[in-house]
Design a protein around this ligand. Structure first.
Ligand code: AMP
Length: 453
């Protein structure tokens, strides 16, 4: 691997393969194994896989684990909920299982994602002897010292807190063999690129780098060019397409009608619901409004104490809260099983965020629903999503709102049946254009009234 620091060139990857222990499986088997049996995993790791209920590799795993075991650099793009954490965790666990030194570093943009990655390492690796330290901000630093003094062989960190430790000399990265940047595009959005460069400068030049990203902003591409050598590129499914089994529905309404509609929708729900709101203050305000005796609601945003954030996530995961109201901090990488419904109370301003938000439901093969509230100000954002996914989204006047009552009677019911996105131009009222039904209904009524007069 080439290094930004002009360090020595990598030795041939052949030597790394040997470290894998059990030899290299045939190439074909490596790329599309029908089961985990196609990999040279140690028996203890196989037992952990079995215990976790992992029987068949997911597509990203099928394509990434082989090259990762060979020590190749790789760039992975996969839809959310596809099993990409295990795609990098399994090769790391296998290769580090007897190593005492810190051998792998995983960077994640948010504390919640870091915590989740630690969970996967613990689930699959603790029986194999993997010791993971979680180094994230917002928690007392004493906890980090304890974790770092317990001989971890994997560190999972958010960039800011890791840099604090590098500056204090409380962590050394000189033995890192495998370096993972998860959600690199999110790191970019959150302004972490300078920190990532600093961390890379502290790593040995000879290492394997794996990056997972949905898009490739120029800054991220520069990191790839300067710090990765001939990376294997793996894309599983079009990165910009929402998970297919998500039923998407867009409700047209006024800003002032949102809270009432949300309350109505939440009353009908029985499963877990994740609600996205634009601002931290908005999250607090909405949570106060919808919280009730029969509705257990929790909140997640960057201004809350880390202990409160952890309590919210754990409570939502374990079912103590049925509704989580959050900013986009929860849009990426968070894997909570059985989120039945994602509601965009505020429509996202970036089309990629739409994909990530709705990716919180319909994890792996489960079905899911995504409802978005759309005000007149959101039209161009809806159009941007439609452009990205190359599909029209079904826009419906929201029930119980002014747009909804105008709509009632002006069209046969069922003509707006919410459903999956349809290919562009084939069905569904235009979200951003003038042809939208929500636009036409009042005009028709005005015309009728004039005729009567
Ligand atoms: P991720 O995309 O890494 O957040 O993973 C999504 C979910 O899929 C997690 O709950 C994993 O435990 C689960 N998962 C990952 N790989 C597999 C697999 N091969 N078989 C079954 N479940 C898996």
């Amino acid at each position: 691997m080439t290094s930004g620091r002009g360090g020595p060139a990598h030795p041939p990857r052949q030597s790394r393969r040997k470290r894998g222990g059990s030899g290299e499986p045939p190439r074909e088997t490596c790329l599309t194994p029908p089961s985990f049996a196609g990999y040279p995993f140690y028996d203890t790791l196989r037992a952990e896989l079995e215990a976790a209920g992992y029987r068949t590799p997911t597509p990203i795993q099928a394509r990434a684990i082989g090259p990762a075991l060979e020590g190749k650099d790789l760039i992975g793009t996969a839809q959310t909920g596809t099993g990409k954490t295990a795609a990098f965790a399994l090769p790391i666990i296998h290769r580090l299982h007897r190593k005492l030194e810190l051998g792998a570093l995983v960077l994640a943009p948010t504390r919640e994602l870091a915590k989740q990655i630690v969970g996967v390492f613990n689930d699959l690796g603790s029986g194999v002897g993997i010791r993971v330290a979680q180094i994230v901000g917002g928690m007392p630093v004493e906890g980090d010292w304890k974790a770092l003094s317990s001989w971890p062989n994997v560190v999972v960190a958010t960039p800011g807190r890791l840099i604090d430790h590098l500056e204090q000399g409380s962590v050394g990265l000189s033995e890192i063999e495998m370096f993972v940047i998860d959600e690199a595009d999110r790191m970019h959005d959150m302004g972490f690129i300078p920190q990532i460069r600093r961390i890379i400068a502290a790593l040995p030049a000879e290492r394997q780098t794996m990056m997972f990203t949905a898009t490739m902003p120029p800054d991220v591409e520069r990191i790839v060019r300067r710090n990765m050598r001939d990376p294997v590129k793996i894309q599983v499914g079009p990165a910009s397409r929402p998970v297919e089994q998500t039923e998407q529905r867009l409700y047209y309404l006024e800003e002032t009608e949102k809270t009432r509609l949300l309350q109505t929708l939440l009353r009908k729900e029985t499963g877990r619901v994740l609600v996205f709101v634009k601002t931290k203050r908005g999250v607090d305000r909405l949570a106060r409004r919808v919280h009730g005796r029969h509705l257990r609601v929790t909140r997640l945003h960057g201004d809350r104490l880390q202990t409160d954030r952890d309590e919210s996530m754990a409570g939502f995961r374990e079912g103590r809260y049925r509704v989580l109201i959050a900013t986009d901090i929860a849009a990426r990488g968070i894997d909570v099983a059985d989120i039945e419904h994602v509601i965009n109370y505020d429509f996202p301003h970036s089309p990629e965020d739409y994909i990530h938000r709705i990716g919180r439901t319909a994890r792996l093969t489960a079905p899911g629903r995504a409802t978005s509230f759309v005000t007149p100000h959101d039209r161009r954002h809806v159009a941007a999503v439609e452009h990205l996914i190359d599909s029209k989204l079904p826009l419906t006047p929201a029930p119980g709102t002014r747009a909804g009552s105008r709509h009632h009677g002006s069209r046969k019911s069922g003509s707006h049946t919410p459903g999956r996105g349809s290919p562009k131009g084939k069905a569904g009222p235009a979200a951003g254009g003038n042809g939208g039904t929500a636009e036409k209904a009042p005009r028709k009524r005005r015309r009728r009234r004039r005729r009567r007069r």
